[in-house]
Design a protein around this ligand. Structure first.
Ligand code: G6P
Length: 583
């Protein structure tokens, strides 16, 4: 993943510091280390760029990078930018065959200072530049050598321009305006430059651009032929990420669910019907997603089955290659993604596009790569989600998918009523008293080594999602199971006081909970009614077919407090990133 950002300008004199400011807005893409280069200064540091107080000498161009480590540990040497002789480069992506090229260059006597794949790209560009003395063809030739996904931004000593190229990893140009009319920005995501401009050009796969101040020329990366690009005005306003009265974005975003559920279903009937008609137009639907969004898709598999009588195939995007043989012109590929940039998903969609499949998607970022590649797209309108652990985007995705399932059964209005009811109950539920109570439950669980979660039907995927939420922010091992599966192995782990979260209080789930309690488990029930078997009770509103959405909320709050009570930062958990643009 990683965030890249660059400025070429004759209006901005402190480009190095402006690049640091922009990178702070991309920190969700990776926060292991960062680095920025101007023409004659490179600063790199391990740690979060939000904590940086670095200063640069005046300059009108700079490139920078906030890193999520893939190849090579979290060290200063492995941080970008990488410099080799005259070439300075930042890279987002993975150069899969880098070792072959590295070995060749080592045999030539070249010396590497990092363990990264990215440094090899700098060496290769220098090698090609030495041969042709033409930087454009040097970058084109190196792109031919790379197997994998990349976006690169390059500065070369002796050249005024910045050179950029893309295959697979996002790269967007911001065209400066008003007081920045002679400035161009390049970033892996729009927020990095949104305070300066909302006029953008999307660099597509296998394209490159040469940038000098406000002059930008686009080329096809293979043929080298010049290309025209439209200026696109994005409707985003700069959303100032503000924690307000809250200590962390995670808890703020949990409370944003008082409004976000309503926003998620705020599509016209026609938009929903068009989407459903596309969904119905094929012969087999594959829902693909990663992480939390994948668990949301499993919940949707239940919604479509129960409400619409439709079988949906849900596959984690990274596992889809095993099923690609079934993708054809009749297939509907339905992607669900908060960021709209997840590489594993994009790779499946690109493959599907070539096979003629129809592509539908739901994202939170309307101008994302996934939204743009789709034949039909709906936004969840959740507003910016900053904390790495997804909360409001999760429930918004679920709400929209539940509505779609009703629409698929010609009962759109009934779906709206269920969800409006839920939104209003959630509004009542999320209050300081409720939060305080869940914090007190977290106090009793914070020193646990393991937490088990069970659920059945549409609460089974919520058991899986709950485990992700608890693990990713509190680092407590947590595992979710289909309630009926506990007795087929995992029950062997239950000891006196093993915490088991039980989602739902239907008879069968309660029977499974009793089996756990009989072995000494402590039962934390998540349900609209209390039950004598529960040692602790996390109340949810009664929500009918939307019970899975309601059940997510107390677990999100519990996870937040498990993290903070253990002294952890829930907004930026170790080893994670919000937008995962590498495979
Ligand atoms: C990362 C995030 C998860 C997210 C997953 C998929 O792992 O930390 O919260 O669920 O990516 O991201 P997407 O943007 O496609 O929903």
């Amino acid at each position: 993943m990683c965030g890249v950002f660059a400025i070429s300008s004759s209006d901005i004199q402190n480009a190095g510091e402006k690049v640091i400011e922009g990178l702070k807005k991309l920190e969700y893409r990776g926060y292991d280390s960062w680095g920025v280069a101007t023409s004659d200064t490179i600063i790199k540091q391990v740690g979060k760029i939000s904590e940086s107080t670095s200063h640069f000498p005046p300059d009108t161009k700079a490139i920078g990078h906030s890193r999520w480590a893939t190849h090579g540990g979290v060290t200063k040497e492995n941080s970008h930018p990488h410099k080799y002789k005259s070439v300075i480069l930042v890279h987002n992506g993975i150069f899969e065959n880098y070792l072959t090229e590295k070995e060749r260059l080592l045999e030539k006597g070249e010396v590497f200072v990092s363990n990264t794949d990215s440094e090899v790209i700098a060496h290769l560009i220098q090698e090609q530049l030495d041969l042709s003395h033409n930087i454009k063809s040097a970058i084109q030739n190196v792109a031919q050598m790379i197997i994998g996904r990349f976006s690169i931004i390059v500065m070369v000593e002796g050249y005024n321009e910045i050179f950029v190229a893309r295959r697979g990893s996002p790269l967007i140009i911001g065209r400066g305006k008003d007081q920045y009319a002679h400035t161009t920005f390049v970033a892996s995501d729009i927020p990095a430059f949104l305070e300066y401009t909302n006029i953008v050009n999307y660099i597509d796969d296998d394209e490159m651009a040469i940038i000098h101040n406000d002059h930008v020329t686009f080329y096809d990366l293979d043929s080298g032929k010049e290309k025209e690009k439209r200026n696109i005005e994005v409707s985003w306003k700069e959303e100032i990420a503000d924690k307000g009265e809250y200590n962390h974005f995670m808890i703020k975003e949990i409370f944003d669910q008082k409004q976000s559920l309503t926003a998620a279903i705020n599509h016209t009937d026609q938009e929903i019907k068009n989407f459903i008609s596309d969904l119905q137009s094929g012969n087999g639907v594959y829902m693909i997603a990663c992480g939390t969004a994948h668990k949301v898709c499993i919940a949707a598999e239940y919604y479509f089955s129960y409400i619409a009588g439709r079988k949906i195939n849900v596959v984690p995007a990274s596992e889809m290659p095993a099923f690609e043989r079934f993708i054809n012109k009749k297939t509907i590929l339905f992607a669900v993604s908060q960021s709209g940039e997840t590489a594993d998903i994009l790779e499946v969609l690109e493959f599907g596009k070539k096979r003629g499949a129809k592509i539908l998607s739901i994202t939170n970022v309307e101008s994302s790569s996934i939204a743009r590649i789709s034949d039909n797209h709906l936004s969840i309108h959740a507003g910016k989600e900053k904390a790495v652990a997804s909360t409001k985007a999760t429930t918004s995705q679920m709400a929209l998918l539940l509505l779609l399932a009703y629409a698929d059964n010609n009962r759109l209005n009934a779906g709206r009523l269920v969800l409006q009811d839920l939104a209003s109950n959630v509004n009542d539920l999320l209050n300081p008293r409720y939060e305080k109570y869940i914090k007190s439950v977290a106090e009793t669980l914070k020193d646990s080594n393991n937490i088990f979660i069970i659920g059945r039907n549409s609460l089974y995927p919520i058991a899986l999602e709950s485990a992700i939420k608890i693990m990713e922010v509190s680092y407590i091992h947590a595992q979710g199971f289909a309630a009926g599966e506990m007795k087929h192995g995992p029950i062997a782990l239950i000891e006196k006081n093993s915490p088991c979260i039980v989602l739902g209080c239907d008879n069968e789930t309660i029977s499974n909970a009793i089996e756990l309690k009989s072995r000494g488990a402590k039962i934390i029930g998540v349900a609209s009614e209390n039950h004598m078997i529960f040692d602790q009770w996390l109340k949810i509103p009664s929500a009918g077919t939307a019970i899975s959405i309601a059940s997510v909320l107390p677990i999100q709050i519990l996870s937040y407090y498990l993290a903070t009570l253990r002294g952890l930062d829930p907004d930026m958990p170790r080893n994670l990133a919000k937008s995962v643009t590498v495979k």
